[in-house]
Design a binder for this molecule. Structure first.
Ligand SMILES: C[S@@+](CC[C@H](N)C(=O)[O-])C[C@H]1O[C@@H](n2cnc3c(N)ncnc32)[C@H](O)[C@@H]1O
Length: 209
């Protein structure tokens, strides 16, 4: 893979806060959920993710780390059946959208039956799960997420993540973790690779066993 620089001066929330509960407290839930620019960014990334993953409307899709539903709403409008899962109750319930089918749960331990979903879309959430190479809990969470996503996907099901890895090593560690059990094949797709600010990193995976 081309070498490029991950030197981003501004710290991201997952580098500052100990966990997602510390960050998404009341004020931040309102700030995030009412931000028009955040809504536009999430919409744009979701549309780009759909371009990569190429799935047909009407399929059942899991929006993993759905927040208040910016991505879920796009999916819904395009005709997908969506189930939205997030660990922060106030985000899931912010707009009281029943069509999100909101489920309060950890994406590392998803409460669904085997082979439920044709696809999983996860926009801007994975960096909360794994951001520190030396943190054994994060490593366990990442492994749980991989096992869980594999279990709930139908045969040949697809996953697309967009996320913000802090370093290239972390990014590659995540990529190889998904491949190590021969559960998935896939690759990274990186838009605006040379611009640390505009860069968008996608990990696209297909279930193979
Ligand atoms: C930046 S937000 C993105 C939200 C969403 N994609 C949207 O359209 O607004 C990241 C989301 O990941 C969720 N998240 C982080 N860790 C999680 C976990 N272990 N289980 C479920 N959701 C999680 C956060 O609560 C947050 O809502």
């Amino acid at each position: 893979m081309t070498d490029y620089n991950f030197n981003i001066k501004e710290k991201r929330p997952e580098e500052i806060y100990q966990n997602v509960f510390e960050y998404f407290k009341d004020d931040q839930v309102i700030k995030y959920s009412t931000s028009k620019s955040m809504m536009k960014i999430q919409e744009k990334i979701t549309l780009r993710a759909l371009e990569i993953i190429k799935i047909q409307p009407k399929e059942l899709v899991l929006d993993a780390g759905s927040g208040c539903g910016f991505s879920s709403i796009v999916l819904r409008e395009l005709g997908f059946k969506v189930i939205s899962i997030d660990i922060i109750k106030h985000l899931l319930n912010f707009y009281q959208l029943p069509e999100m089918n909101p489920i309060l749960a950890d994406i590392c331990l998803t409460p669904f039956r085997n082979e439920t979903f044709r696809a999983i879309i996860s926009i801007s959430a994975l960096q909360w799960i794994y951001s520190d190479l030396n943190n054994i809990n994060m490593e366990n969470n990442l492994n749980n997420l991989i096992n869980s996503f594999h279990r709930i996907l139908k045969p040949n099901g697809k996953i697309i993540f967009q996320f913000y890895p802090k370093t290239k090593i972390i990014m590659e560690k995540i990529g190889s973790a998904f491949k190590k059990k021969d559960f998935f094949e896939g690759n990274f797709i990186i838009d605006n690779i040379k611009s640390p600010k505009k860069r968008k990193i996608f990990l696209f995976l297909k279930k193979i066993t």
